[in-house]
Design a protein around this ligand. Structure first.
Ligand SMILES: Nc1nc2c(ncn2[C@@H]2O[C@H](COP(=O)(O)OP(=O)(O)OP(=O)(O)O)[C@@H](O)[C@H]2O)c(=O)[nH]1
Ligand SMILES: [Mg+2]
Length: 333
């Protein structure tokens, strides 16, 4: 454990050790993750927390499978390299975006309150599948509490505002409604810490802001004005589900914020299969990669050779070497 963690982190870690309920454990891990400072020295701990979280998430989703008859439409099984939920007020274009970027077909309509239940789809980013989830709108009156549960467990929130309909107001309202349900974008964690000493049950989720319906160049100008006016620490990106403008920027941002690292396995004497990346996360080591292929492989691992950005071709590295996106790895046992 690093020596530079806060007392709050130690408290959470203690609670985590004593907790036996998987949902409680997952919540505590999320809080620990939110609490831990983000720098090089804590990368390993964060990678470890992430791994524990994803183990628990898969445990929970197995438990909630058909056998236990949990059929809530709001429980979306995570798939792919990360779960991104598209969140926002009605009519901003959430369903249109999920329709445009995945094979899912949620209903789209100019009438408000079209979507009632979340709909997941898979979005391809280069050669990695990421889950994109359409959700029912936020609103002032009533929102199913399960929606907030879904958002809390997501890896990333894409908060959508409509460039053609009071985007600043929509941004402020959406953030307020989320905060009322104890969900705060990750970059605001520090500020929140100062104003709210008691952070029990809070979730700090990585968030980006999508200004929708930026269909053509004329609207690019409106977007530039919004960029000037909107006071936010969150990444703000334009997008159009209609003309697909700026979709690549959105995908690149998602890739970056999920911290995805693609690694290719090279069987000795053979070429790697570049169409089948192993998905790891920033800070993951050779050891983590080996464990993903097979548990025993990690145990018996002696060394590895790596071809990639941070090394010379075929350089021998130890099991704690941190892999980078695009690395090709040959494991030696
Ligand atoms: N011009 C333009 N219109 C869009 C775009 N995306 C969505 N729309 C329109 O906006 C309206 C609302 O779209 P939806 O995708 O249903 O919006 P939503 O956010 O899912 O709405 P709710 O389900 O009510 O929350 C529809 O009439 C869409 O055709 C876009 O990129 N450009
Ligand atoms: Mg919708």
């Amino acid at each position: 454990m690093p020596t530079n963690v806060t007392p709050q982190y130690r408290k959470l870690e203690e609670q985590y050790r004593r907790a036996s309920d998987p949902e409680e454990r997952l919540r505590l891990l999320q809080e620990m993750m939110a609490e831990i400072p983000k720098h090089k020295g804590t990368e390993h701990v964060r990678a470890d927390l992430k791994r524990k979280m994803s183990e628990l998430r898969s445990q929970l989703s197995v438990k909630k499978g058909p056998s236990s008859r949990q059929t809530s439409a709001f429980h979306i099984e995570r798939e792919g390299a990360g779960q991104v939920v598209v969140v926002g007020m009605t009519n901003v274009g959430k369903s249109s975006l999920v329709r445009a970027l995945t094979a899912a077909q949620p209903e789209v309509s100019p009438a408000p309150f079209t979507t009632w239940e979340p709909v997941p789809g898979m979005m391809l980013i280069e050669n990695v599948q990421v889950q994109l989830v359409d959700t029912p709108p936020l609103n002032e009156d009533y929102v199913r509490p399960e929606l907030f549960q879904l958002i809390r467990q997501a890896d990333l929130v894409a908060l959508m505002i409509d460039l053609q309909a009071f985007p600043i107001e929509q941004y402020e309202t959406s953030l307020r409604l989320l905060e009322e349900r104890k969900i705060v974008p990750a970059p605001y964690q520090e500020r929140y810490r100062e104003t709210h000493p008691d952070r029990t049950g809070m979730a700090f989720i990585p968030t980006l802001v999508l200004a929708s319906k930026v269909d053509d160049e004329a609207l690019d100008e409106d977007f530039a004005v919004l960029e000037e006016l909107l006071e936010t620490d969150l990444p703000l990106l334009p997008i159009s589900a209609l003309t697909l403008r700026h979709v690549d920027r959105f995908k690149a941002q998602v890739f970056d914020m999920l911290g995805i690292v693609r690694v290719y396995a090279k069987p000795p004497g053979k070429e790697p299969d570049f169409s089948a990346p192993f998905v790891l996360y920033r800070g993951d080591t050779v050891e983590v990669f080996a464990a993903q292929i097979h548990r025993d492989l990690a145990k018996n691992l002696k060394a590895a050779r790596v071809w990639g950005k941070g090394v010379y071709d075929g350089q021998t590295v130890s099991r704690v070497y941190e892999l980078q996106d695009g690395d090709v790895v040959e494991l030696r046992t």
